[in-house]
Design a protein around this ligand. Structure first.
Ligand code: CA
Length: 617
């Protein structure tokens, strides 16, 4: 290469950077389209473009009124309030922006007809949720592994912080696998664009609310993923982040107004103490820092008291549910949000999608702290959060204690008994999501020190407890790992990549023990699928006796007895005491082995083992 040529290249490079730095006259309008037929006739468009704030916006379309135009601090923005009457027809119409001394700008806005047939189905206690991280599950499309222009360079499977290339196509390719396992709902960590320079794979630093990350696929592919799931009887949960926004977002890079996010004189973290939100003796400063402090340097804390932010987020969520046909929502970092906004958000979303299910992430430290965030004013809060479900971290910890701890008045199996007894704190505990692990904590098989008997007992309790069970990808093949750092529990599913030596999506690729784990979960999950007693049935539990924790799930069709021996030795369980639930039953069937049990008067249960018995007359 000769020197003059290099000079030209450099000049072109500088020029292209200059051009990129200039905002187009009309850069974007969001939501890019909307629907006719929502209960709420209002939609607020955010318009971003070079000095667009100085223009005069107008439209002329039957049934649609431009009721207000808001100019804000940053002259690159306009907010347009539209009222769409029920009589408005689906179709396209121009929105014109007049600028003095310049050509008019025109955006062709589209109103689509709502697809009421697909309507959100809701994810309930009839379901089994499978949580996965799309970057780490399977690479179904190597052509999107590295996308030009994204800030995080390259693909490095050997680094737990880098992108590994998994994507939505990879999940589509394994829907059969999940269906076979007995899963009925899939929750992926956020799929929308995270154009952050580091560790963008986790998905919680959103940079474009209306776009699937191009390394995962396209909006159209996501929509077709949901349709494929539905065709197979699988439901889809979307993971939403209300609390914070990625600092590389266009909304932060060219912020509409200072108050879009919480501003601090110098960088201030949240104190991550949910108690500060509910503490009647708490200091206002602690509560403010909990709610308004930033989650991370690259995750700015959204100001949910700002009405523009409120509209932006709420509409975006409604847009995705309607666009793709989402069945349930998981709300990230729930306690960090503004409670009044979240209640209003929930009412607005549920008004449009009555069957949609919603659960908030509440990684807190007591039943009271969890119940504080749930719907219905059952905890002297004087305010209804309108949040139907939460992630039940107390059951998770109690199951681990029952498996690993030594029996005491409040320890070992008594922990889970006591935690379940506190269900009076909830308006409806059957909406709680029950889990043993997730992407932010140590894997369950490691929590039980790779004790296979304990592993099966934990899974047994997960799939027979009240509430909505959720498992984490790889539990079924005994993936291990302690979550410090998180990347250690976010490894690639073996067989998800073309080059992988082992393919654990197939029975041949799994070893004997892995197949036993997979088959155990599959047997129980499929039994649960056809047993309403384990889904919507009532739960009755007994005070642990002789080291054994016993509970029943029952309805008018079936009664299932679950007995877990938390002690270190084989113990006998005399069942006479359980006559309230067992009267009239003479025998049973072991749900896992299918073996008949003729004598249910006395059961011998090996150490750390759980028996699941369907009772018969
Ligand atoms: Ca890929």
């Amino acid at each position: 290469m000769t020197r003059p040529k290099l000079k030209i290249t450099l000049a072109l490079l500088l020029l292209s950077q200059y051009v990129l730095a200039q905002l187009p006259a009309l850069e974007r309008v969001e939501p890019a389209f909307w629907w006719v037929g929502f209960k709420n006739p209002k939609v607020q468009l955010i318009v971003h473009g070079d000095k667009i704030g100085a223009s005069q916006a107008s439209l002329n379309y039957a049934g649609v009124k431009l009721t207000a135009v808001h100019k804000v601090e940053n002259t690159n923005y306009l907010f347009l309030d539209l009222a769409i009457s029920a009589a408005a027809r689906p179709g396209k119409f121009p929105i014109t922006f007049k600028q003095t001394g310049k050509k008019d700008l025109v955006y062709n806005y589209e109103l689509k007809q709502r697809n009421t047939a697909q309507g959100a189905q809701g994810v309930t206690n009839k379901d089994l949720i499978y949580l996965l991280m799309p970057d780490r599950f399977s690479n179904g499309d190597p052509s999107n592994d590295v996308v030009k222009g994204m800030l995080e360079a390259g693909l490095h499977r050997d680094s737990m912080y880098s992108r590994h290339g998994g994507d939505i196509q990879g999940v589509i390719n394994h829907l059969d696998y999940l269906k076979d396992l007995g899963v009925t709902a899939i929750w992926m960590t956020p799929e929308i664009e995270n154009n952050e320079p580091h560790a963008s794979y986790h998905g919680y630093a959103v940079t474009d609310y209306y776009k699937i990350d191009p390394r995962y696929g396209t909006n159209e592919l996501f929509k077709s993923y949901v349709a494929k799931c539905h065709a197979m009887g699988l439901k889809v949960i979307k993971d939403l982040v209300h609390n914070h926004i990625g600092t590389e977002s266009w909304l932060i890079q060219d912020i509409p107004m200072k108050s879009w996010v919480h501003q601090w004189p110098k960088y201030t973290n949240s104190n991550f103490r949910d108690a500060a939100v509910m503490d009647p003796h708490g200091a206002a400063a602690d509560k403010k820092q909990m709610l308004d402090g930033w989650f991370d340097k690259r995750m700015a804390d959204l100001n949910q008291n700002n009405p523009y932010v409120q509209n932006y987020l709420t509409q975006n969520h409604i847009w995705w549910i309607e666009y793709a046909g989402i069945d349930g929502l998981r709300l990230d970092t729930y306690p960090y949000n503004d409670a009044v906004y979240m209640a209003d958000w929930s009412k607005k979303v549920k008004a449009e999608f009555p069957r949609l299910s919603i659960f908030g992430e509440t990684l807190v430290w007591s039943v009271a702290n969890q119940a504080f965030f749930t719907q219905g004013n059952t905890v002297n809060r004087g305010f209804d959060t309108q949040l139907p479900g939460i992630t039940d971290a107390q059951i998770k910890d109690a199951i681990a204690e029952a498996l690993n701890g030594k029996e005491g008045w409040t320890d070992g199996v008594n922990r889970i008994y006591n935690i379940v007894a506190q269900d009076f704190m909830y308006q409806d505990p059957t909406r709680n999501t029950v889990f043993l692990d997730n992407h932010d904590m140590s894997r369950f098989y490691s929590i039980v020190n790779e004790d296979f008997t304990k592993f099966k007992s934990g899974m047994a309790m997960l799939l027979t407890m009240r509430g909505v069970p959720q498992m984490y990808y790889g539990d079924e093949i005994l993936l291990k790992g302690y979550s410090n750092p998180d990347g250690l529990v976010r490894e690639d599913f073996p067989g998800g990549w073309e080059a992988d030596k082992k393919n654990k999506f197939t029975a041949e690729g799994r070893d004997k023990k892995e197949n036993e784990a997979f088959n155990y979960i599959r047997t129980l999950a499929n039994y649960r699928k056809r047993t309403t007693a384990l889904q919507t049935g009532k739960l009755m539990q007994y005070i642990p006796r002789n080291g054994i924790y016993t509970y029943f799930r029952y309805d008018d069709k079936k009664t299932v007895m679950i007995a877990y021996n938390g002690s270190e030795k084989e113990s006998a369980l005399d069942t006479d005491y359980f006559s309230e639930r067992m009267a009239g039953f003479n025998s049973g069937t072991d749900v896992i082995t299918g073996q008949k049990i003729s004598n249910i008067k006395q059961l011998l249960i090996p150490a750390k083992t759980t028996l699941i018995i369907e009772l018969s007359k």
